[in-house]
Design a binder for this molecule. Structure first.
Ligand code: AMP
Ligand code: MG
Length: 328
């Protein structure tokens, strides 16, 4: 009888430990890369070494994909004068993804806007609005059709590449792969607001991500999901400058070379992978709600577990796909 009671107590103890997850230690590591703060939080199945390995992968990817790192794949393409440049398997994959999503978005995503972005120098201490002539001249050096991907080499004829709209998401995917290979069961990566999850959050509550209010302080609501997913937000409030009473943000309409003015203040995309989430958040911000809704329907995005939370300029919220979103 005593033995039975002891066994029952042990069983109850084990059940309690596994239910509350008390046996797991949460590990967190942070760094600065991709011009932003990066954090890796492991909830289950990993240690500091795994978190460091993920951060190192972020650095290695930046060294390949940044247009501003001398000797990166993108820098070599941009300074090649139109030669075919053999690239790393990751660069090839990211370029292929960007080209595909550019096509699906009717050109709203355009990773050849380097020269136009440079004109709108948001990082300068005294940014200015470029003249129409300057914009027209820079636009003459853009166009996705001038990029070719063949035999693991990229050719960019008369255009320069800027992967700013897709790199954080794509690099998040790579960091998640490292954690997965190391046997991590549950983790959350944050690359300057681009969120990548691995597995489920222990405790069964699911992942909950707050979406910033692009028109003011605080948040507009909460996005909930489970499993390995990615969340990216493009917002006019993330990077901008003001001249007089007019605000100029960093997401450009490839047609005009000027900040996109589609009636949306922010776009948050939930997708299984970071590259898709990041590329689509930028694309939808440029396209606007109606065209984005058409794109979602035409390509079956909802069936691919892709959804969106759109915050309009007037502050109202609209959803695409099956986003589980609770407004404040
Ligand atoms: P995101 O914050 O992901 O929307 O990306 C914005 C960044 O991508 C900008 O800072 C530019 O470097 C670049 N960019 C701006 N407009 C576009 C566009 N229409 N397509 C692709 N990249 C863009
Ligand atoms: Mg993006």
């Amino acid at each position: 009888m005593k033995k039975l009671r002891f066994a029952a107590l042990c069983l109850a103890g084990m059940l309690c430990l596994s239910l509350c997850g008390c046996t797991e230690r949460i590990v967190e590591r942070q760094s600065f890369a991709l011009d932003t703060f990066i954090s890796v939080k492991i909830f289950s199945g990993g240690d500091e070494e795994d978190a460091e390995a993920a951060l190192q992968r972020v650095d290695a990817c930046e060294q390949l994909l940044s247009a501003h790192r001398a000797g990166s794949d993108i820098d070599r393409i941009n300074t090649s004068g139109g030669e075919a440049i053999p690239v790393d398997e990751l660069t090839e994959r990211v370029m292929r993804g960007a080209m595909e999503l550019s096509m699906l978005s009717g050109g709203a995503l355009d990773v050849t806007l380097y020269e136009v972005s440079k004109l709108w120098d948001y990082k300068s201490d005294s940014p200015r609005v470029p003249t129409d002539e300057e914009i027209a001249r820079a636009l003459a050096h853009t166009g996705m059709e001038r990029i070719t991907l063949k035999n693991h080499a990229v050719t960019a004829e008369g255009v320069k590449i800027d992967l700013g709209a897709v790199a954080k998401g794509a690099i998040g995917d790579e960091a998640r792969k490292i954690l997965q290979q190391e046997g991590v069961r549950s983790a959350l990566l944050n690359l300057g607001g681009n969120i990548i999850t691995l597995g489920d959050k222990p405790g069964g509550s699911g992942w909950v991500i707050a979406i910033d209010d692009p028109n003011g302080e605080g948040t507009v609501g909460m996005l909930r999901f489970t499993g390995s997913m990615a969340v990216a937000t493009s917002s006019g409030a993330q990077r901008f400058f003001t001249v007089g009473d007019k605000t100029y943000h960093h997401i450009l309409d490839p047609e005009t070379g000027c900040p996109a003015d589609s009636g949306l203040a922010s776009v948050t995309i939930l997708a299984p992978d970071g590259l898709t989430a990041d590329a689509l958040s930028t694309a939808v911000f440029v396209m606007g709600e109606d065209k984005a809704r058409e794109m979602f329907a035409a390509h079956g995005f909802a069936e691919m577990e892709i959804s969106a939370v759109l915050v309009r300029a007037d502050g109202t919220v609209s959803l695409l796909g099956d986003a589980d979103f609770t407004e404040n």
